[in-house]
Write a protein that binds this ligand. Structure first.
Ligand SMILES: *Cc1c(COP(=O)(O)O)cnc(C)c1O
Length: 430
């Protein structure tokens, strides 16, 4: 598969180059040259295939012959080693729980796949320095995915005071080849610092830089797998399928939209946002305007300049075409907390704040159909956001051992201001 930049279709690279470089040299994002429909046979068998066989079929065209099929299978087997259950919460409304992986957020699949691809491609003589900005969960998933992977060093940038306590512990306590930079600023500042690093020739001469944000194709495309694994069973039904995704950088929902373009039956994707909602505004006919992010209880979505918007717009340059596939809603913290309480009271299911936002979006969207099945994506385990819950809700929450074990470890971070100059100086000193 050939990949090219969203800003210039002549600017092409192989899968391997796209994975190592992360970002195109012109500042655009890499996208595959084409998204082909999977075969009828594939969809006929989708319910009977093993998860790994299914995943291999989906990923093969995007990896091409750059990783041999047996190796690709091994990678996918390691990465998809946990469940992706659909839990019926209300009649015809299901939570798609993507938090059963090692760091309890959906990013484990993408981060694990990327880490293993980079490990496979890495030149043993020249270490790759992986830069990653995180609004909370990316950092821990990347740290977990890369921890101990030979030939890689990881530098995580996170906004000081703007991630939850358990998220912070998960990204500052690994040590080894993982370093956490605690930035006095917002997630957008962290993301801008990382993006600028890729454009800086002095830095690129000094270090072999790669990116682990969802701008990297090896992180973003495997996320399409959740939708094939969970929704294949709806292929044969006659109901409208609505899928609501709590979105920040729009990697997860875009991968879902890719799955639809590969032939998976989803009638509508719903962008569910907190008050950081430039894409929702765009869907409603306004200009796309990025802006500084605002801190909310669904902090993984506190993104005022979502990077995958560029890919979304590349896929659907016309707003009217995009609106055939996607609609969007946004909610305040007050509405989010009410939603948690409402779902919990009625159903005794306790969603995390991101899932609660997605539930609200799903409920709104489903009003337009009387023959629909709805799925809202639970992107993280609620225990990662324990501070948002009432005492009663907390008592219902079991904190999984793989989360609680981080809480006793000591945080180690390097404090930094939010200027590129400081970041560059730090990287040059490594
Ligand atoms: C990362 C994250 C999101 C946003 O996902 P995107 O792919 O960036 O849109 C939503 N919820 C949680 C819990 C996350 O960690």
């Amino acid at each position: 598969m050939i990949y090219h930049s969203t800003r210039d279709i002549e600017n092409t690279v192989s899968f391997k180059e796209a994975v190592i470089k992360g970002l195109a040299s012109d500042g655009g994002l890499f996208v595959p040259e084409s998204i082909e429909k999977l075969s009828k046979e594939f969809f006929d068998n989708i319910e009977d295939m093993s998860v790994v066989d299914l995943a291999t079929e989906v990923m093969k065209p995007y990896v091409g012959d750059e990783i041999p099929e047996t190796e690709l299978k091994n990678i996918l087997e390691e990465v998809l080693s946990f469940d992706f259950p659909l839990v019926e919460v209300d009649e015809n409304k299901f939570a798609l729980e993507l938090f059963h992986g090692p760091t309890l957020a959906f990013k484990d699949v993408g981060a694990g796949f990327l880490a293993r691809c980079l490990g496979y491609f890495s030149d043993k003589n020249r270490k790759v320095t992986v830069l990653v900005a995180t609004s909370g969960d990316t950092g821990s998933a990347v740290a977990n995915g890369f921890y101990g992977v030979e030939g890689t060093e990881v530098v995580i940038l996170y906004p000081s005071g703007k991630v939850s306590a358990s998220q912070e512990k998960q990204l500052t306590t690994y040590g080894g080849n993982i370093t956490a930079l605690e930035v006095d600023g917002t997630f957008d500042d962290c993301q801008a610092m990382v993006k600028q690093a890729f454009q800086d020739s002095e830095l690129n001469n000094h270090l072999n830089l790669s990116s682990a944000n969802s701008i990297n194709v090896a992180r973003f495309i495997p996320q399409a797998l959740y939708y094939f694994i969970a929704l294949g069973k709806f292929m044969k039904g006659d109901k409208d399928i609505f899928v609501s995704v709590p979105s920040g950088n729009f990697g997860n929902i875009l991968a879902g939209i890719y799955a639809k373009n590969m032939g998976l039956k989803v009638d509508k994707f719903i962008v569910s946002n907190n008050v950081n909602n430039p894409v929702v505004e765009y869907l409603n006919g306004d200009d796309f305007r990025t802006r500084p992010s605002i801190h909310t209880v669904s902090n993984a979505m506190d993104i005022g300049a979502p990077s995958n918007f560029e890919r979304l717009q590349f896929l659907y340059p016309e707003l009217s075409d995009l609106k055939e596939v996607v609609e969007g809603y946004s909610y305040s913290d007050e509405e989010t907390l009410e939603s948690i309480e409402d779902i919990y009271k009625r159903t005794s299911y306790l969603p995390d704040p991101h899932g609660a936002v997605a539930y609200l979006g799903l409920t709104e969207a489903m009003k337009s159909s009387d023959n629909a099945v709805g799925v809202f994506v639970e992107t993280a385990h609620p225990a990662k956001f324990i501070e948002t819950f009432t005492e009663e809700q907390k008592s219902k929450l079991g904190v999984p051992e793989r989360l609680s074990k981080f809480m006793d470890k000591e945080k180690v971070s390097i404090k930094m201001d939010n200027t590129f100059g400081s970041f560059k100086e730090y990287l040059l000193s490594r």
